[in-house]
Design a protein around this ligand. Sequence first.
Ligand code: FAD
Length: 462
Amino acid sequence: MSVDPANKDVFLDLLRDGFGDSVLLGEAIPESCFSDWTGHAACRPLALVRPTSSEEVSRLLRLCHEHRRAVVPQGGMTGLAGAAVPNADSIAVSLSRLTGVESVDRDAATLTVRAGTTLEVVQNAAKEAGFRYPVDFGARGSCQIGGTIATNAGGHGVIRHGMTRDQVLGLEVVLADGRILDLMNGMIKNNTGYDLKHCFIGAEGTLGIITRAVLCMAPPQGEPHTMLCGLPNYKAAVALLHRLRGAGLALEAFEVMWQDFYTMSCDWRDSQPPLPTSHALYVLCEAEGDANHLETALAAAIETGEVADAVLASSIPQAQALWAIREATGEFPLKLAPINFDLSLPIPTIGAFVEAAGAMLQQRWPGISIVNFGHIGDSNLHLTVNGRTLAEDTPETRHAIEAEIYRLVGEYHGSISAEHGIGLLKRDFLHHSVHPEVMDVMRALKHTLDPNGILNPGKLLN
Ligand code: FAD
């Protein structure tokens, strides 16, 4: 979207007149608005607007629509796909002043919140009401509910509670032309035609700006049991998943670590590995329910050879020590110069995919090393290339590796983004996971809702 400099000045005057203190220009715009967590393509936007009400968002979008100005919605800027990155001509819209939990309905087990409220504040409000908001991940203190909805964020509890989409009952969305769409349904059952809220969930701010939401709360969490198992192969991991699902337990986590991941993580810790490093795979699982059910299921899994060895945590510190092995991913950025992949694949094929990806990369880039773990119960594989093992770590090599992995994902009928979204970083690879007809419908929807193409242009679709 090109901008005529004369129009730019006229537009900035209109912005200042219409939005006063909500507008920041030039040096006053904080660097935190230049890029998201990835630091990708950092750029100062033309202006930053920080509305305090849905009506203000509506007036702003109407103005931008009339003047064909690109608008980039910004939440907590913790995204991992470059989806909230502005360019020099765009108007960044920060939702950070549209905050607060408006109400808690204990009877319906719902919360009504403004989009700029952080995930952590929402979790605490649910806890105070005797419930829990089950979406959770490391960025909880900074990411905003609007951002988690716009990215359909996943995180730790997906195997039991589903993605963010599954927690959203209602939304208020401001369309590109400024119309406010009231989809603030608070009822679980409501079949009245197209459920339009779903168009905006996971749309990465390309179809509208989310200003409010009605969210479901789940019952509070009980005391979970945590265990680590050593397994002979991937098939055994799928069998164990199936067994635990049928054991009368509520499975909270089923994290699979391949041997390379487990060995490396244990090397990084000072303590003795809880299980020897000789197993092909390790499963860390957490389940709520009767401990006898878990022990019975484990005994049966050992009997059939699915599980070769296991350790059950008998205290919270022991459970935390087991989780620390899996959480080595936090050290990846410093230690591995990683190329991260957030993939989804049909569960039975993940083991074969890991082998095929390893062989393919090794053939093309000899000496390359990858480490793998996944939330396999959610069909989510995190494949990580250790950038330090590349003979030449250049942007071109990284791009070529991405292209090869995403091509293989397409062959396995998987998804190039399990939970982080497409944004700028994966846009050019989207065709590996989305059929041309589906892409056409996505473009048609975009054109219908945003005919001037002002909302987050260049993200998700090109
Ligand atoms: P931003 O980064 O600001 O924006 C993300 C996208 O949403 C952009 O397209 C933006 O335009 C759009 N957007 C933001 N607010 C609105 C709005 N109100 N209306 C319309 N569009 C909007 N993700 C997972 O799924 N699972 C994880 O386990 C996970 N772990 C993470 C751990 C860490 C340490 C970090 C840094 C990130 C992690 N993420 C994870 C990434 C996750 O996508 C984001 O943290 C979060 O969902 C984005 O929220 P945000 O408010 O920061 O959005």
